[in-house]
Design a protein around this ligand. Structure first.
Ligand code: UDP
Length: 322
């Protein structure tokens, strides 16, 4: 099968390429390297089943050719990370909305199956758990820029669902929860690579707010396995599906765990949100997925224990630093 991975030089995309190549598929990547990096895919260079193109998904001509040549599109290219979106609000909205519209329009032109990556951000400010795909969504006001990320991805979801409803296009929407593992960078705010790098340098570990907010973390290998199965699954058309781990932890406990697992002498410090993200910031206090639908569709859910994921990721960063 020929699979086009938009955003394939990014963290999730590059691991997906590794899996697809290992499974014997043919892979083409398009990535503008805004947050991805050629280093993530350099080891695949020279493989006759791997091709890449450095370009933007907003380039309709290039996207037209790439989508016409593939069997299935995995659309991962997007503005990622709360910090990145807060620092680049306009280009983030453009990439997320126009980029996905382009990918969907062309997938429809050539009648290609398309998986559209969304995010657990779309759930907004819920406090209950687990979050189910048909839950209501709760956002703050537009003056709080964080919600533009959720809203733009929600527009992507509506567009993909509309293509399915009106054109019978095979679209699957994946809501990825906090995914972690090797190659993820802390540059765009993601908490685990930041804490691990701080811990390995014995720098203060910076917990934002009171640290009582919770997340679940999903191992990248589990996420790409789920995506692969969804590519092959014939029951996902028109569905929105969560991909996430279910082991809930507070961010303060995460800091302690990373400190302990890395044998660090770091101090754990608490930083008010306005110092971390500027004013008008609102965090999501809790985020735990329901994975019932994922299990029903593909017979697989992410289950790698958090300690194991963290140990693996700490080793990666330790090796990278030496
Ligand atoms: N966070 C933190 N310290 C950091 C980076 C993030 O305490 O250096 C917190 C952040 O405020 C949030 C959680 O960790 O409550 C997860 O943040 P991330 O940006 O990784 O993902 P999010 O789930 O917010 O999209």
């Amino acid at each position: 099968m020929k699979i086009l991975v938009t955003g394939g030089a990014g963290f999730i995309g590059s691991h997906l390429c590794d899996l697809l190549i290992a499974k014997g598929e043919e892979v083409t990547v398009i990535d503008d390297l805004s947050t991805g990096s050629l280093e993530n895919i350099s080891h695949l260079n020279g493989n006759p089943r791997f091709h890449y193109c450095v370009n933007t998904i907003l380039n309709t001509k290039v996207m037209d050719r790439l989508i016409s040549e593939c069997d299935c599109v995995v659309h991962l290219a997007a503005a990622v990370g709360v910090k990145y979106v807060l620092e680049n609000p306009l280009s983030s909205i453009e990439t997320n909305i126009l980029g996905t519209e382009t990918a969907l329009k062309l997938a429809n032109r050539y009648r290609k199956k398309i998986l559209v990556a969304s995010t657990s951000e779309v759930y907004g400010k819920h406090m209950h758990a687990p979050l189910k795909e048909d839950d209501n969504l709760i956002y703050g006001p537009p003056s709080t820029m964080r919600w533009s990320y959720a809203a733009s991805k929600l527009v992507d979801e509506f567009t993909a669902l509309a293509y399915h409803r009106t054109k019978k296009l095979d679209t699957v929407i994946i809501r990825c929860f906090n995914t972690i593992g090797p190659r993820q960078t802390g540059l765009y705010g993601m908490v685990v690579p930041r804490f691990i790098q701080q811990a390995l340098r014995d720098d203060p570990i910076t917990v934002y707010g009171d640290g009582k907010q919770t997340r679940t973390f999903t191992f990248i290998d589990d996420v790409v396995e789920a995506i692969y199965r969804l590519i092959k699954c014939e029951k996902g058309a028109g569905e929105v599906v969560n991909i996430g781990g279910t082991e809930e932890i507070t961010i303060a406990d995460l800091a302690h765990k990373i400190k302990e697992l890395s044998g660090s002498n770091s101090e754990i410090v608490f930083i008010p949100y306005d110092k971390a993200y500027g004013k008008d910031f609102e965090d999501m206090m809790r985020r735990v997925p329901s994975v019932d639908k994922l299990k029903a569709l593909i017979g697989f859910i992410p289950e790698t224990p958090l300690d194991q994921i963290l140990k693996n990721t700490i080793e990666y960063f330790r090796a990278k630093a030496s």
